[in-house]
Design a protein around this ligand. Structure first.
Ligand SMILES: Cc1ncc(COP(=O)(O)O)c(C=O)c1O
Length: 441
């Protein structure tokens, strides 16, 4: 059999047997990715793609990282699995490392899950147990996972397959300066109105019935929305006033993405719990978790923890996490995210000057959203958010020219591996620039 026939057979096998998340299954021909190295992915035909979104905003260390791969292999040989009720050396090390990175002076205790959605579900269970209250508040234009619990916490159309969902979830609008739900273009006014709106909802729901407010400190897959200054701090004050626990979903923002260990430190706002996944192992092994600040975690000293999973604290994931966090430190990648921020901002400013289709480029750290519009003055999205049209042709065009960018509706999500070099950033922007030119044409 010829090599190209063999490759076609594998593609057909994939199409025949694999269900791909969120998309209609017919007629797809994505590249068959078989290898990764640094900022690049390679397909079975030897084509390379610069991974400008770190997979799904996760592969912070880049691909093919030797130390992490070796740690996983070594762990697999020594101990692949022990029930979570046993203690485990790597689990202790990783929980301590996360506690040390946490924003709390007295540290944290950590419960491990297999992903971010599961972590959010567990976080709200913990919050309910901690407060004796039931309701949970989440924002519209948020994503917190897709299984029925986390899917109900989600504030956009990926929630709809879960409707009517789990009871007790109350939603609010968070600020979005570029497309204000509060009818203002002034960021300070946006914050003030958003807080008034939130407080009014809290009042109507009954403050002493609300266990937690769960929020992405930077909205991720709903457009990389950076809140105006002061918003998160005022949410913190409001939660304190009503005894509501503040939970940050740091699944995308955690582990250096914003130039600090967590967005909590970047914005100087301290939650009561936070959830994480993705960057904790740089996506080398599925892992998520909930960090609970020590003063709250003592609640579970006398009461059973209300959750558990077969794979909680799985040794392979623990080994991957320990090696990943060590590599972030050795390679000074959180600091590098700040440098990447400056480079991306300058490049995006330039793109915005030269392409009318760029409405806004916004971001913090190595985490940017490029919002594409058909009319800059009116801020008309190039395709409507949650509409039936997509810009898949644009994202496919980028891919055909060697650049992978995660896209949702009219927003391109740029979140490169933190190991990306300046030359690779140059390469990405050359490809982006040319594709925007073709999109404009
Ligand atoms: C902010 C946020 N929370 C939660 C999740 C869900 O994580 P997982 O897919 O690991 O369940 C995601 C996934 O992209 C996310 O972006």
């Amino acid at each position: 059999m010829t090599r190209s026939k063999m490759l076609d057979d594998v593609a057909a096998m994939h199409q025949r047997h694999v269900l791909t998340p969120w998309v209609a299954q017919g007629g797809r021909t994505p590249p068959m990715i078989v290898r990764g190295e640094g900022s690049y992915l390679y397909d079975d035909r030897g084509e390379r793609y610069l991974d400008f979104s770190a997979g799904l905003v996760a592969v912070n260390l880049g691909h093919g990282h030797r130390a992490v791969a070796d740690a996983i292999a070594e762990q697999a040989h020594r101990l692949a699995y022990a029930a979570p009720t046993f203690a485990n050396d790597r689990r202790a090390e990783l929980a301590q490392a996360i506690s040390e990175l946490s924003p709390w002076p007295h540290g944290a205790r950590v419960f491990f899950t297999t992903g971010g959605g599961e972590a959010n579900e567990d976080a709200i269970k913990f919050a309910r147990s901690l407060t004796g209250r039931h309701k949970v508040m989440t924002a519209y234009r948020s994503f917190h996972g897709s299984a029925p619990g986390a899917g109900t916490l989600t504030g956009e159309n990926r929630r709809w397959p879960n409707d009517p969902g789990i009871p007790g979830v109350v939603r609010f609008f968070a600020p979005f300066p570029y497309r204000s739900p509060f009818h203002t273009r002034d960021p300070a006014e946006e914050t003030a109105r958003a807080i008034d709106h939130l407080e009014e909802i809290v009042t109507y729901e009954g403050p002493d019935r609300i266990a937690a407010l769960l929020i992405e400190p930077i909205v991720g897959s709903n457009g990389v929305i950076v809140f105006p200054d002061g918003y998160l701090a005022r949410v913190r004050e409001l939660c304190d006033r009503y005894g509501i626990l503040l939970v940050f979903d740091e699944v995308m923002t955690g582990f250096g993405r914003t130039g600090e260990p967590f967005a909590a430190q970047r914005f100087n706002v301290t939650p009561d719990l936070f959830t994480f996944a993705k960057g904790v192992t740089s996506a080398y092994v599925p892992l998520g978790g909930v960090a609970v600040r020590e003063s709250l975690a003592t609640h579970f000293d006398e009461r059973p923890l209300p959750s558990g999973h077969t794979f909680s604290g799985h040794p392979l994931a623990m080994a991957a996490g320990v090696a990943t966090l060590r590599s972030y430190e050795e390679q000074r990648l959180f600091e590098r995210a700040r440098e990447i921020e400056d480079l991306l901002r300058a490049r995006f400013d330039d793109l915005q000057r030269r392409h009318r289709v760029v409405g806004e480029a916004r971001g913090t750290g190595a985490f940017f959203g490029l919002e594409l519009v058909s009319d800059r003055a009116q801020r008309t999205p190039l395709v409507p958010w949650q509409g039936t049209r997509s810009l898949q042709h644009f994202f496919n065009d980028l891919l055909a020219h060697g650049l992978y960018v995660l896209g949702r509706y009219n927003v391109a999500i740029v979140a490169p591996p933190l190991v990306i070099s300046n030359a690779e950033i140059d390469e990405a922007f050359e490809i982006l620039d040319a594709a925007l030119e073709r999109l404009n044409a």
